[in-house]
Design a binder for this molecule. Structure first.
Ligand SMILES: Nc1ncnc2c1ncn2[C@@H]1O[C@H](COP(=O)(O)OP(=O)(O)O)[C@@H](O)[C@H]1O
Ligand SMILES: [Mg+2]
Length: 258
């Protein structure tokens, strides 16, 4: 089960005053402040182009802040900490094929822990446990490209869980999933005892999985509150081009307490 947010531990993620412009001069982030407590599950909502992926790329130092700071469990994201930061921040990118490149599922999941120095039975055990957590242990010997898209996304989740991250970051996890795969992934996310930052414009998915949400719009956090509160705020939703699916009423949903 998911743990209760631990407010005595340093926050899993602390973003403060983060601003960033791409080399072509396009400014994507204008001073983002966002804190995620250990054990919390936060949905980061926002329309296309809001800067969500740009923010995610700062969390493990793929992009380098123009201004402001990012800390992961108290550790600043900066060059001298990058190896440790990349172990702590597990990012599952939108396209699993960006993440899976080995001949078998087992080797893909072993890749990170092996690079971090794990060997032998310890490594094998880490791989099995990560695959079990996503229900893919039976596929360890299979080539990733023989799996369905939903299965590949689950293996991508296992590759980052195998690193035992401080925070699991999912960029649009429900995109391109059929309803059954979407449901299976939700069950997996709910079963993990790890801090989760879920970037999505799938609002029912956010409501189902994340007690708290923040809206990123035009490069700033425009709202931060309980997911239900935000989704029920029609003016807020409209102002940031966030649309609920036809017939979906966020008021009628019983939401998880944590
Ligand atoms: N490599 C890049 N160079 C220049 N502008 C970019 C680049 N990547 C993204 N952008 C721009 O930055 C803004 C934020 O993009 P992104 O973070 O991908 O948004 P989101 O993930 O919320 O859809 C958009 O206006 C996008 O066009
Ligand atoms: Mg994106």
């Amino acid at each position: 089960m998911n743990m209760a947010p631990d407010l005595t531990a340093p926050p899993s993620l602390e973003v403060s005053g983060l601003a960033f412009a791409y080399p072509d001069g396009h400014q994507a982030l204008f001073g983002v402040d966002l804190t995620v407590a250990r054990g919390e599950r936060l949905a980061l909502l926002g329309p296309n182009g809001a800067g969500k992926t740009t923010l995610v790329l700062h969390l493990n130092g793929i992009l380098d802040a123009g201004a402001g700071t990012v800390r992961v469990a108290g550790l600043p994201v900066e060059k001298r900490n990058l190896a440790e930061i990349r172990r702590r921040v597990g990012i599952v990118f939108q396209d699993p094929d960006d993440q899976l490149f080995m001949p078998t599922v087992r080797e893909d999941v072993a890749f990170g822990p092996a690079a971090a120095g794990l060997r032998g039975p310890e490594l094998a055990d880490r791989v099995v446990r990560a695959l079990e957590r996503v229900g893919m242990a039976a596929y360890a010997a299979r080539p990733p490209h023989h799996l369905s898209f939903g299965q590949r996304r689950r293996v991508a989740v296992a590759t980052v869980l195998a690193m035992e991250p401080e925070i699991l970051v999912l960029d649009e996890p429900s995109s391109n999933l059929d309803p059954a795969s979407r449901r299976e992934l939700a069950d997996i996310v709910r079963s993990l005892d790890v801090t989760v930052l879920m970037v999505t414009h799938d609002l029912p998915y956010a409501l189902e999985l994340c007690p708290r949400a923040a809206v990123l719009s035009d490069g700033v956090i425009a709202a931060d509150g309980t997911t239900q509160e935000l989704l029920c705020d029609d003016a807020l939703m409209r102002a940031h081009r966030l649309e609920l699916p036809f017939g979906f009423d966020p008021r009628s949903v019983t939401v998880p307490v944590r």
